[in-house]
Design a protein around this ligand. Structure first.
Ligand SMILES: Nc1nc2c(c(=O)[nH]1)N[C@H]1C(S)=C(S)[C@@H](COP(=O)(O)OP(=O)(O)OC[C@H]3O[C@@H](n4cnc5c(=O)[nH]c(N)nc54)[C@H](O)[C@@H]3O)O[C@H]1N2
Ligand SMILES: Nc1nc2c(c(=O)[nH]1)N[C@H]1C(S)=C(S)[C@@H](COP(=O)(O)OP(=O)(O)OC[C@H]3O[C@@H](n4cnc5c(=O)[nH]c(N)nc54)[C@H](O)[C@@H]3O)O[C@H]1N2
Ligand SMILES: [Mo]
Length: 860
């Protein structure tokens, strides 16, 4: 028997110590810092000193990692669909139904490399499509922007581009009221923890549940902050159709608007502030644009409908007196608006009316003087006083690809990383090339023709989202091969039976999936290449640092912890690191030495990466290898704090560490990135682009949802479902895989048939009316499909509203794939593929109308 050895590693839910014995992972746990590590920051506020714990935190997914590594659903060997013959019958229509057989690595690599060569020769490199999903196993070297892009850039490919899923309404809407394009429409958050502790009286959490979503990647780092604020007497109000977990722990008041009507509630609040004169008149006069015209809309002079509290009650279902009480208390107190879980984001932004919700949030906080002490957009998740001047990149900075076109902020890092050798680029993945919005992959394949605006995340500037594109792009072939990397879209995109149908056609002649687990889309590939987890390879990363469109994301954490992600065990079965798989393929294609830059191992890249960052200023390479992590020291005591948007409120030049607005994006050096240089109630960019777009009008307004209580099909499908991010899993990560998260009864419910069903939360009255009891199996349906789930009968949603998390990891049709009820829990089978608006090419996944019935058993 060997000794137990402690390794370091990191995850989407925090860095960890990993105990390993005899090449087996025994346990994983949060890091406990020692006296050798940098001391804590301290914040003085209201006569107290606040300082964080010396221990990092982890999420439930991280706590369940061991069961995911040793999951029976791991792909351990290269696999081939039994009825796929690369030189003969391909039987594409059987994808998703056929069995798989084990093949050798040699055979798998030969098939994939020969297909790459055939497609490039016959159709050009643009006929290869590839994409990964949003979230990758942690580690900046192995990350999709890094290793996957390095390989794909060298081969050449059409990228299935990501819509700004997390940001939607802020991106397509909010950006037009205040800029922040480099943050996709979310606001900066610097030093707001100190500001909040010192100055704030009340926080309105509006579509925000930080106890569930943890900002992003930051585990429970911000939980103590909310306890501190509570101790200081800061009142917490929650506006959410679901009585969410933060509301349960901290809420003083819960308001549950009908889904899709948040902008009406906001308009009702603005009406009261305007008519009672309880807004910051000086700020509105000097720091904003378009208020008078907007006031005409709010007061009903524009359309004859005053947006008063009675009107807002009719739309939202929230009693008039509660709307008035909230508006008055808000105006009388220094209030932070926690709009979305990160300060920005929020399920309300991923909905039919997401643009207008985000824009209304900006109007409200502008009316109260955004940037003045204690008044801001802040959800308690960012803004700790960590040191942003210490440079360590996040995954969005491109890693070993050096791809400056497709990493949000890679231009800063690529020159440090590639001072002596060549980074990679893919001319096809540029505005002049070809790309496909991932929300329209099925239409690209099945219909072969697309037109739309905006290349995925349009962070470059506001105008980028108006750019027109078509598929096939001039001169390019249609897609012939799909190199998929993991397989979550059936659980996470919209109207997702489309993706199933897309796989089952010979219009897509070849599909390879490089996957860790056998689930979701991996079940539809011709060849499956087994990738290992980050516990079976080397990497390097920082706690919650993605960077890119969330600059300085690590300010969510109480300590900046940079980890060496150690290879804890040998890869299971014949699985390999993604880097090794791509390297092996690259050698088959004759570009191996270019891909590996002359034979570099992952460890060689990590060392190069280490020296391209500021790490050598704090720790030697040798010490880092031995210790496994480094804690970045905080700013020296007494450093001046620069709260977000204080500069703007005080009409000064920007003094925060934010990357924008660039001088080219400002009218003069002061001001935000809008045409007027001010926060806009009436958008000058929309005025210029399409002043008659009633789904995104220059004048910020409430619009009725096309999948809501005004829709024609509401009578038939009277339950409004919200589908936020799952509390226990991280999107598809942690779900299914027979991991122990499945045993949590608020995640899945074990039924008599032995299957663990996904949960659908329904109000007691709605359940009774349908004869449904707690934990009954139910059929959730509309014209787009049927999903079988377990009912959770609850008072945490009001009558008429239902709740089911998105992102189930698997897809388990009861009959023909794409044409039968589904029982893994893909609620996204049922939402609409329609974009948010005719000029807003984002997903409205949170707006969904269904009916439910008790499910009596098998049917197909
Ligand atoms: N209804 C509804 N839908 C939504 C949302 C919502 O609010 N409501 N939110 C949207 C948002 S904000 C997001 S971010 C998306 C997320 O949606 P996705 O990006 O589709 O989901 P993920 O679970 O992040 O997908 C990760 C996939 O990559 C694979 N993978 C991870 N790491 C590795 C690796 O190291 N190697 C390999 N080979 N594969 C790997 C995983 O196995 C998994 O299949 O969902 C969106 N969908
Ligand atoms: N545990 C866990 N944490 C995560 C993730 C995960 O999958 N699991 N995903 C990460 C990612 S990629 C992202 S983008 C962030 C997302 O962070 P957010 O966008 O903030 O999270 P959501 O869960 O979409 O929504 C937050 C709250 O909004 C509520 N909500 C939904 N629709 C409406 C509405 O119409 N009106 C109002 N007022 N409220 C509404 C939901 O009930 C939920 O409580 O979370 C990150 N953190
Ligand atoms: Mo996201």
């Amino acid at each position: 028997m060997g000794e137990t050895k402690r390794y370091t590693n990191s995850t989407t839910g925090g860095p960890v110590f990993v105990d390993v014995k005899d090449d087996k992972i025994v346990r994983m746990y949060p890091m406990e810092l020692t006296d050798e590590d940098a001391p804590n920051w301290e914040i003085e506020a209201r006569g107290r000193t606040f300082t964080p714990s010396r221990k990092t935190t982890i999420t439930p997914v991280t706590a369940a990692w061991k069961s995911q590594i040793y999951s029976p659903k791991r792909v351990l060997y290269p696999m081939k669909r039994v009825d796929f013959d690369v030189n003969g019958e391909r039987n594409c229509e059987n994808r998703g139904s056929s069995e798989y057989e084990r093949i050798s690595w040699e055979e798998a690599l030969n098939i994939v490399s020969s297909e790459i060569i055939r497609v490039k020769r016959d159709f050009g490199p643009g006929a290869i499509m590839s994409t990964a999903s949003s979230h990758h196993l942690w580690g900046n070297i192995g990350y999709r922007f890094s290793t996957l892009f390095r390989f794909m850039n060298l081969v050449g490919f059409t990228y299935a581009d990501h819509n700004p899923d997390s940001w939607e309404g802020w991106h397509w809407g909010g950006m037009h009221n205040w800029g922040f394009s480099w943050r996709l429409g979310n606001p900066e958050q610097y030093d707001l923890l100190e500001d909040g502790l010192q100055n704030t009286d009340m926080i309105v959490f509006w579509s925000a549940d930080p106890e569930t979503n943890n900002g992003i990647y930051a585990a429970f780092e911000s939980t103590p902050r909310r306890f501190w604020l509570k101790e200081l007497g800061v009142k917490m109000v929650f506006i959410d159709p679901y009585h969410n977990h933060s509301a349960a722990l901290f809420g003083d008041k819960w308001l549950a608007p009908r889904s899709g009507t948040d902008a009406a509630l906001a308009a009702g609040i603005a009406y009261i502030w305007i008519t009672e004169g309880t807004y910051d008149k000086e700020y509105v006069a000097t720091r904003t644009h378009g208020f008078e015209r907007w006031t005409e809309y709010i007061l009903g002079k524009e359309d004859g409908i005053p947006k008063d509290a009675k009107w807002a009650e009719n739309e939202t279902g929230i009693p008039e007196r509660e709307i008035k009480a909230l508006a008055r208390e808000w105006a009388s107190k220094k209030t932070m608006l926690g709009a979305g879980g990160l300060g920005g984001w929020g399920g309300a932004c991923r909905a039919t009316t997401g643009n207008e919700w985000a824009r209304m949030m900006i109007c409200l906080i502008a009316m109260q003087g955004m940037g003045k002490p204690g008044i801001n957009v802040w959800s308690t998740t960012q803004g700790a006083p960590v040191d942003e001047s210490f440079f360590f990149p996040g995954y969005a900075e491109g890693g070993i690809s050096g791809d400056v076109d497709n990493a949000a902020s890679g231009y800063e890092f690529a020159y440090r990383m590639f001072a002596n050798d060549r980074p990679t680029r893919n001319p096809i993945n540029s505005p002049q090339g070809q790309h496909i919005p991932r929300l329209r992959i099925p239409e690209a394949i099945l219909e072969g023709k697309l037109e739309w605006r905006g290349k995925g995340f349009c962070g470059a500037n506001v105008e980028a989202q108006f750019q027109k594109y078509e598929y096939p792009a001039p001169g390019y072939s249609k897609i012939q091969m799909y190199y998929r990397y993991g397989g979550s879209f059936i659980g996470t995109m919209t109207e997702t039976k489309r993706y199933v149908k897309m796989y089952r056609t010979d219009k897509l002649p070849f599909v390879v999936n490089q996957s860790v687990w056998f689930e979701g889309e991996a079940r539809f590939a011709d060849i499956i290449l087994p990738a290992c987890t980050n516990f079976e390879r080397w990497d390097i990363s920082e706690f919650a640092n993605c960077s890119g469109y969330i600059p300085h994301t690590y300010s969510q954490c109480n300590h900046r912890v940079i980890s060496l992600q150690m290879k804890c065990i040998e890869p299971l079965g014949e699985s390999k690191s993604d880097y090794q798989i791509f390297a092996d393929l690259a050698y088959k294609l004759g570009i191996g030495d270019i891909f590996t830059d002359g034979g570099k191992t992952e460890m060689d890249w990590i060392k190069q990466y280490f020296y391209a960052t500021d790490l050598p200023k704090g720790i030697t390479w040798e010490k880092f290898l031995e210790k496994g992590y480094y804690v970045v020291p905080n700013k020296p005591k007494g450093s001046k704090s620069t709260p977000a948007m204080r500069w703007y409120a005080e009409d000064r030049e920007i003094d925060t560490p934010d990357w924008g607005p660039m001088p080219s994006q400002q009218v003069a050096r002061k001001g935000v990135q809008t045409g007027s240089g001010k926060i806009e109630f009436v958008s000058t960019s929309l005025e210029r682009f399409d002043p008659n777009d009633m789904e995104r009008h220059p004048v910020t307004r409430y619009i009725e949802s096309w999948e809501g209580h005004h829709s024609p099909h509401y009578a038939q499908y009277p339950l409004q479902v919200i589908s936020p991010h799952p509390r226990f899993s991280f999107h598809t990560m942690g779900d299914s895989k027979e991991s122990h998260l499945n045993e949590i009864r608020d995640h899945r419910v074990l039924a008599a048939d032995g299957h663990r069903y996904w949960i659908f939360r329904i109000n007691t009255k709605d359940a009774e009316a349908r004869g449904i009891k707690h934990h009954d199996l139910i059929k959730v349906f509309n014209d787009r499909g049927v999903v079988i789930m377990a009912a959770q009968v609850t008072e945490r949603v009001p009558p008429g509203t239902a709740h089911s998390y998105e992102s189930c990891a698997d897809y388990l049709p009861l009959g023909e794939p794409g044409n039968s009820p589904e029982r893994a829990g893909c609620i996204n089978n049922l939402n609409s593929k329609r974009f948010m608006g005719k000029n807003s090419y984002g997903m409205a996944s949170n707006s969904l109308l269904v009916q439910v019935e008790k499910w009596e058993g098998m049917e197909s």
